[in-house]
Design a binder for this molecule. Structure first.
Ligand code: MSP
Length: 654
């Protein structure tokens, strides 16, 4: 990666792709965002002023179609799904500085301003577009790359022949300028294989791009011609400048844009390494310093897809294994840039070996010895011997090596390098046998060893902080240090620096070993339950209520009703207003089931209602009753109670 120009301030701007809101977040989304987070955390620890952006891509046909299938407006769908992404970033400890949604006003204004500028300068013109269009991929497919059966080369779904009036972006005009840019910026696209791919694609020529649609409504209107909406990719790419203040905050733009880097998956590099830089060149703005394209995850050898039912839910992984192990695994397991295969077994393997055995043990053994031999006091600094000198040199090399590797997005290699230092620490204990030194009265030698181990751990905490921030801070705490390593400077590390009277604070084991037999049994049970939910482990024995007389039950008036209509309640994520028919009367009830059902799943359903519940007002809406539903203890699913035969509305349940 290239650094800022000499003398320039150390700024660093990194983006993730903005994610489509027609889907729930999966491991692929988590991967890019975690990698970006590690990079940004690292740069902050190296003294950079960092701007880290992520967000959501909310326009286009895909979103419009998904929303209509769910009986929602596209904006309603986006408002619902965006929360899943924002919640996931919290669960994964993502430190983004901003979150952009393409439906925001600042973005609409920026897209329209850019469109108008390019139109005025003649780089956008009106024409007719005819071609084979892939709706799921939102892209026209050139005849040369579609299959004989007229299917999309990427998703294999049938293409549709489309013809429409369209605005075109004069991309062809800037190809030579972009080639010249890449010739000078050999890391403008990474890894190298992708660079070569892009350069040869550019050499084969780029056609002008159709950048507006008349066939859908859900998009940013073309200024002055609102029969057209701006094509979703043209709109989406602009998010990177919107959030950086292109239109509204020139100072911010001047500060961060010269240091912008994009992180993307390999499937979207043409948009990022051809179309986007050309758009920027046309605007007179410099192309990104680098675009890094990472590989794709398969799951236990298979492509991840909803129909295969093998989509890895990052929330589930975090809940089961913790966010740090998940973050560590994704970046350690596979060289960034190559494809990789995800399996829980491999994740568990890494937890037991790298995290529990290597890092956890080094901490445990060291603290135990400082406790046993020095009463918990970190021994005073002592002169290094030959072996300690060699360790210090290794540590210094590690710091440099990690810097080079992370700057080149080689996260796995950076981790390998850190773990080599950790491994050296464990080996050093075996070589020096401090327990023997303690017995034989070699106090000075013992101090030297414990001191060195303490500093290996101190440095390791700093180096692992971008990858596993919670672990680093627990480690720091157990070393008896103040503050949070993530907020410190890596370059500020100095051997032997001690606070007088410093004591270690042995705490909970960093990573308890996972018992493999038990884990296998639990995994098999989970897999069975997934294949056949009726075989799921029963819920834990619930706490029972006091027994009641039958009269108490009789006082409860449960009746059959039918849902007639479902309305949103403004600002409520959980509640719906339901109009129900009890046969003898119609009523409104408010129900907290919005997270589990779309309106069209509910309308027409026969349900059981507690009809004599005292009326109550919820968010200003009067509710006259309560529907009966049952959920699992983890609140991941909810089922409505319905009669299994047609029964007249209003019938009493007994
Ligand atoms: N909205 C566009 C990006 C616009 S950026 C201006 C988009 N969104 S996406 O939600 O479909 O995908 C976002 C990212 O997830 C892409 O970088 C893609 O490569 C990545 N992944 C999707 N599935 C993946 C895997 N199975 N493995 C790794 N990453 C994958 O594209």
């Amino acid at each position: 990666m290239q650094e800022n120009a000499p003398g320039a301030k150390k700024n660093f701007y990194l983006t993730t792709p903005i994610y489509y809101v027609n889907d729930i977040p999966h491991i692929g989304h988590a991967y890019t965002t975690i990698a970006a987070d590690v990079m940004c955390r690292y740069k902050r620890m190296k003294g950079y002023d960092v701007f880290f952006l992520t967000g959501t891509d909310e326009h286009g046909q895909k979103i419009e179609q998904s929303a209509s299938a769910k009986g929602l407006t596209p904006k309603q769908l986006a408002d619902r799904t965006v929360v899943n992404f924002q919640d996931l970033w919290k669960a994964l400890g993502i430190s983004n500085d901003e979150f952009i949604r393409t439906t925001e006003d600042r973005h609409r204004r920026t897209v329209q301003a850019i469109f108008s500028k390019l139109l005025d300068q003649g780089d956008i013109y009106k024409g007719t577009y005819e071609g084979w269009y892939c709706v799921p991929c939102e892209t026209y497919v050139p005849e040369s790359s579609m299959g004989d059966d007229k299917t999309c080369p990427d998703c294999r779904r049938p293409l549709q022949k489309m013809q429409e009036e369209s605005y075109f972006f004069r991309a062809s005009k800037y190809v030579d300028q972009l080639l010249a840019y890449y010739e000078k910026n050999l890391k403008g696209v990474m890894p190298k294989s992708r660079y070569n791919e892009i350069v040869s694609f550019l050499r084969s020529g780029v056609r002008d791009q159709s950048i507006s649609r008349t066939t859908l409504k859900w998009g940013i209107p073309v200024p002055g011609d609102d029969k057209h909406v701006v094509y979703v990719w043209f709109d989406a790419l602009i998010n990177y400048v919107t959030a950086c203040g292109y239109l509204d905050d020139p100072e911010k733009f001047a500060k961060y844009w010269p240091s912008v880097h994009h992180l993307v998956g390999k499937d979207i590099i043409r948009f990022h390494c051809v179309i986007w830089p050309i758009m920027l060149l046309a605007l007179g703005v410099n192309p990104p310093v680098s675009v890094f394209a990472h590989g794709w995850w398969t799951v236990e050898g298979e492509k991840m897809s909803k129909s295969r039912g093998n989509v890895v839910d990052p929330f589930e992984m975090v809940e089961r294994y913790g966010r740090d192990p998940f973050r560590y695994f994704l970046l350690r397991e596979v060289p960034f840039g190559l494809d990789g295969d995800f399996s829980e077994a491999a994740l568990v393997g890494r937890i037991n070996s790298d995290l529990a055995n290597d890092l956890g043990n080094l901490l445990n053994r060291t603290l135990q010895m400082i406790d046993n031999f020095c009463g918990g006091n970190v021994p005073a600094e002592s002169e290094p011997g030959k072996i300690e000198q060699e360790i210090r040199e290794l540590a210094a090399r590690t710091v440099d090596d990690v810097d080079g590797k992370i700057s080149d997005f080689a996260f796995d290699e950076a981790l390998k390098s850190i773990w080599a230092l950790i491994g050296r620490g464990n080996k050093y204990i075996d070589e020096t046998m401090p327990w023997k030194l303690a017995k034989e009265g070699g106090e000075e030698a013992l101090n030297r060893v414990l001191n060195t181990l303490y500093d290996i751990l101190r440095l390791s905490a700093l180096l692992v902080a971008p990858f596993v921030p919670d672990t680093a801070s627990r480690l720091w705490d157990q070393l008896g240090l103040e503050g949070n390593p993530a907020e410190l400077s890596i370059d500020g590390f100095a051997w032997g620096e001690r606070i007088p009277g410093q004591k270690v604070k042995k705490g909970k084991v960093l990573f308890p070993r996972i018992d493999l037999d038990q884990w296998r049994r639990e995994k098999a049970a989970r897999d069975n339950a997934k294949a056949d939910p009726s075989k799921a482990e029963p819920e834990a024995v619930p706490e029972h209520e006091e027994t009641v007389e039958v009269e108490a039950f009789k006082a409860i008036e449960l009746r059959i009703a039918q849902i007639l209509a479902v309305e949103e309640i403004p600002k409520s994520k959980k509640l719906y207003k339901l109009n129900i028919d009890l046969g003898y009367e119609k009523r409104t009830i408010v129900s907290g089931i919005k997270e589990f059902f779309t309106p069209e799943e509910l309308v027409g359903k026969r349900i059981v209602v507690l009809a004599n519940l005292k009326p109550a007002k919820l968010l200003g809406v009067e509710s006259n009753g309560m529907l009966l539903a049952v959920g699992d203890s983890k609140k991941t699913t909810l089922a409505l109670l319905t009669p299994d035969k047609d029964i007249p509305l209003g019938s009493r349940v007994s």
